[in-house]
Design a protein. Sequence first.
Length: 300
Amino acid sequence: QICKMFGTVVVGVGIAGLARIRDLMNPVPSSPSEHLKLFGFVSRRSFGNINDAKQISLEDALRSKDIHAAFISTENRSHEETIRMFLEAGKHVLVEYPMALSAKAAHELWEMAEQKDKILHVEHIELLTEEYKQLKKEVAGKDLVKGTLHFTGHVLDENKSGFPAFSGIARLTWLIDLFGDLTVTSATREKQKDKNYSRMTVHFNTANKKPLTWIEERGPGMRREKKINFCFTSGCLENFPEAPRSSVGLFMQDQNLFAKKLLGQVSKEELAAEKWRILRCLDLAELIQQYCEEPEKIYS
């Protein structure tokens, strides 16, 4: 058994990019991440070195035979173009969510990855949190009557992060993962430009025609938090179940999953289910954006 090593590059060194560099340099012993070797990072700003990681140019990263995979941690707006460049160069790609800001682009990129026989992995650390894992256990096997997921957070620059249905796709992912496929019944958005405030409200039906509401609300000084209210035939869940702290960080868990895919250790069924979920959420995000941006229908 030859020890397979995959050379990697991190593109973008914001908070996520720095976490990626740290985790690639300190893999969990005897985890799949030991098969990843950091060759350097790419950034528009010039750093020289970060810890022992060296800065390299985008051209070198794309050309290098030693680099097999790219970790893309740039702003949302540039994900699509960066994924495309690395896939075209024959590299595997790990990208932070959302992978693109349109469903069409996402489907095209996924097809491209399949044609080139490359792994395209979209980070979904929100599914890896202990809080979420406990919530999923709690919800399993219960009959939903109705539910709401309400997220609040600080203001985002939409030119960089995209429409709230895309930048907030982590919440949509939760709902789909917890309750199965959803249909959008309506979506609206309220904006107060002068106050820098935005509130998107989306109404869904589950396959069993049960109503779910997702509210994504952002404004100055708003605390980053999620509130749930899921009502089942057996009662309502209004608080997150108690969850232990995980010993392995979220980005590291995600990195291990990516490494497992590179090593061929993830089943076809799991990969197919993940692909469906990711693309379905992006399709819904686009539909929500269309609903919100429709000019008011005038009924005469």
